[in-house]
Design a protein around this ligand. Structure first.
Ligand code: RB5
Length: 144
């Protein structure tokens, strides 16, 4: 599975460690930046990740900023993206099982690194439940 990852300055420290972990686990990763803790604008990194997921260049994505909201708001402007913000493990499970989130967003300034790992692993290994949730996610795009 190919995973794209992006972050702003607030998500940089976790991104570096999560990338290493993903590689150890055998995932193919693409880093969409940013590459340091210097202050940047999250849309500059969210849009390229969203485009890569929409085009199929990567299978799914992980995005982090301070609250996660800047990333989620930007990513969800893309019709093919379902970016879900998760700050605990159960939400990480539900955002895949019910919402089939193709990008996981985490609030780096509000969770520990250990929580980020647990949420990410849960989201990666949870299956979409389908059924009534397929009907619901089919109604999300506003232009087809
Ligand atoms: C950066 O200070 C912060 O605004 C950003 O990481 C994010 O929380 C925005 O939504």
């Amino acid at each position: 599975m190919k995973i794209g990852i992006c972050n702003d300055h607030a998500g940089y420290a976790y991104k570096i460690k999560l990338l290493e972990l993903l590689k150890e686990k055998g995932y193919e990763t693409t880093d969409f930046g940013t590459g340091s803790e210097e202050s940047v604008d999250y849309p500059d990194f969210a849009h390229p990740l969203a485009e890569a997921v929409e085009s199929g260049r990567v299978d799914c994505g992980i995005a982090m900023c301070g609250t996660g909201n800047g990333m989620a708001i930007t990513l969800n402007k893309h019709q093919g993206i379902r970016a879900g913000l998760a700050w605990n493990t159960e939400i990480g499970r539900l955002v895949k099982a019910h919402n089939k989130a193709n990008i996981l967003v985490m609030p780096a300034r509000f969770i520990t690194y250990e929580m980020a790992v647990e949420i990410m692993e849960t989201w990666l290994t949870t299956e979409f439940e389908g059924g009534r949730h397929s009907r619901r996610i089919a109604k999300i795009p506003i232009c087809k």
